[in-house]
Design a protein around this ligand. Structure first.
Ligand code: ATP
Ligand code: MG
Length: 575
């Protein structure tokens, strides 16, 4: 578990002060918990992690690292029917991939079931909990509303002995699901609905992924969470805003039981444009085959982003940049893409690939000849070196890079026009060959100038366009998958069209291109490896469908940086 090298945070991940860091620094100054910082990341294993969880992971593990503390990974697995082992494994993999390490501190709330039961017994003995026989519907009716106080349950004043007896029999399985619950005895008139005698235990005769059939009563989240935090000695229990109203209950359980008392701090969850973040909704997309699985490269899941070609560094950097706030907001997905480009620009090797091939015959290049030209692997990283790219008489260029009737400012290839082939020669289009019937362009005939090898002319003449290409005889065929936003609306949950978030699924979110051509240096490219296809974008070898025999690439992100434009516009406005 801890055999991976600890990564150092790059300079741009230097933390800036936010309100949680302020709270922790204040607590440390006061010597609270002897200055100790101990956080936890508590996923419920009912789905795969998404980029919102990444924010929480970076925050919890990041704070521990920054203040020399610890961060636990704890599965919040109190809900027996929903949790699945495969999610546990995928969560472990994702947290590790993001670059964080829980050492030997992997916990499960279900490990505490016995102790939690004892705590519940203690509450009963303190007169602070009772077994209630109201039906779920009745419990709801008795609870009242935000404007009306609740009504006390007729079972509220059972004796301690009767409660102890009933609770034990609940555990033994004597009662049906839903027939009884154990409730906290707090205040049915409280302005906070969570304080109106909330449920502590319910009966559920279901197998649990870890405890099997040992239990038929299961503790509720609010009871489990604060006590698990307490048992583990968590100092700062960081959660999202929807738990703000649960904090009084969190504090109540710990105070009544007189146990170690962590501090709950709430922050705003991450929302991203053009996607949804709730596991329930993501599961719906998977179940209804709108995507190929949790790791579909269009999904905002960690496994989807990884398969798409995201780097952990880009995600961590994004999480640091969006900061931590107390008010919910929506983050522009182009910021995430911007962080990704920044990182890939530094690390991705450049190669040439043609997605929509158009055949080009260099009519004055000898038939049987081929040569190798030197190409730079990464202009951002001289240590990446150079490679050889084969050149020959028949090439492919991008269909888009030729126009029979070029508009103004179109500087690429056109009849009679000369352009530069990247790393190679100047070529000039001398003829256009078309299909007699359809008029479709089949191939171009060009001449090359042998004097321009390497890309410049000794006579000083200039060309305005440089295009990429591959040698037809040497290139490898590949499938390329182009992705776009999964939804057409910035906020798919906006209800203005009266409906279902699936109504605004983007029908063009995936475009599959077969018979693309890539340069031969990509032969045997390892699954997951990332490249910049020159002029096209960043791509990675698909980790599921690609093989030595048939390469499959995912477009990770285009080169066009819409975030840079947004930022520029914002600066203009404010400056
Ligand atoms: P979802 O709403 O997607 O189902 P959840 O909150 O039910 O998420 P959990 O597995 O309970 O998912 O979450 C584990 C931790 O991650 C919690 O502390 C939760 O607050 C945090 N978290 C979940 N979603 C986000 C988000 N969008 N932004 C930040 N933190 C999040
Ligand atoms: Mg949850």
């Amino acid at each position: 578990m801890s055999d991976r090298p600890k990564e150092k945070l790059p300079a741009n991940e230097k933390p800036s002060l936010h309100f949680i860091r302020e709270i922790i620094q204040e607590d440390r100054k006061k010597g609270k918990n002897d200055g100790r910082v101990h956080t936890r990341f508590p996923p419920e294993p009912n789905g795969c992690l998404h980029i919102g969880h990444a924010k929480s992971i970076c925050l919890n593990f990041g704070l521990a690292k920054q203040y020399g503390g610890l961060c636990n990974l704890r599965f919040d697995d109190t809900n027996p029917s929903k949790e699945e082992v495969e999610y546990v494994d995928s969560i472990l993999e994702d947290v590790r991939w993001l670059g964080f390490d829980w050492d030997d501190r992997l916990y499960y709330a279900s490990d505490y079931f016995e102790q939690l039961y004892e705590y519940a017994v203690q509450l009963i003995k303190l007169g602070k909990a009772y077994v209630c026989d109201l039906s779920p519907d009745q419990v709801r009716q008795y609870r009242g509303t935000l404007t009306e106080p609740g009504k006390e349950s007729p079972y509220r004043n059972r004796s301690v002995d009767e409660n102890l007896d009933l609770f034990e029999r609940m555990r033994r399985g004597e009662f049906e699901d839903g027939s009884r619950v154990l409730r906290a005895k707090i205040d049915m008139a409280s302005g906070n609905l969570n304080m109106r005698d909330s449920t502590i235990y319910r009966i559920k005769k279901a197998s649990h992924h870890r405890t099997g059939d040992k239990w038929c009563i299961y503790p509720m989240y609010d009871f489990t969470h604060c006590l698990s935090d307490s048992i583990e000695g968590i100092t700062h229990s960081i959660c999202t805003l929807e738990f703000e109203d649960h904090r009084p209950l969190y504090d109540w359980f710990l105070d009544e039981l007189g146990v170690f008392h962590p501090r709950q701090i709430e922050f705003a969850r991450l929302n991203l444009t053009y996607t949804v973040m709730s596991k329930r909704k993501l599961l719906e997309l998977v179940d209804r085959d709108h995507v190929t699985g949790w790791d579909d490269p269009r999904m905002p899941t960690i496994s989807g982003l990884r398969r798409r070609g995201y780097t952990p560094e880009a995600i961590r950097n994004f999480c640091e940049r969006i900061g931590v706030a107390k008010r919910d907001s929506m983050v522009d997905i182009s910021l995430l893409e911007h962080c990704l480009r920044e990182d890939l620009n530094k690390r991705a090797q450049r190669v040439m690939a043609v997605l929509h091939p158009l055949r080009v015959v260099i009519v004055n290049y000898p038939e049987e000849q081929a040569e190798e030209l030197e190409a730079v692997n990464n202009p951002e990283d001289p240590s990446a070196g150079t490679r050889k790219v084969p050149f020959s008489r028949v090439l492919y260029i991008e269909r888009e890079d030729f126009r029979e009737d070029p508009p103004k400012k179109y500087f690429r290839l056109a009849p009679g026009r000369e352009v530069r082939l990247r790393y190679a020669y100047f070529i000039k289009c001398v003829d256009v060959v078309k299909n007699d019937k359809t008029g479709e362009i089949i191939e171009l005939h060009c001449t090359y100038d042998p004097e321009t090898r390497g890309g410049s002319a000794p006579d000083g003449r200039k060309v305005r366009g440089t295009i990429h290409w591959v040698s037809a005889a040497h290139a490898l065929e590949a499938e390329v998958r182009l992705y776009d936003h999964l939804f057409t609306r910035e906020n798919p949950l906006d209800d203005d069209e009266g409906g279902d978030f699936r109504q605004c699924l983007n029908p063009q979110s995936l475009e599959m291109l077969t018979s693309c051509r890539v340069e031969p240096s990509l032969s045997g490219a390892a699954p997951g490896s990332r490249y910049q296809f020159e002029r096209l974008g960043y791509f990675c070898v698909d980790s599921v469908d690609s093989s030595k025999e048939s390469l499959v690439f995912n477009r990770t992100v285009t080169l066009r940086d819409t975030w840079a434009k947004i930022e520029k516009a914002m600066n203009k406005k404010s400056g």
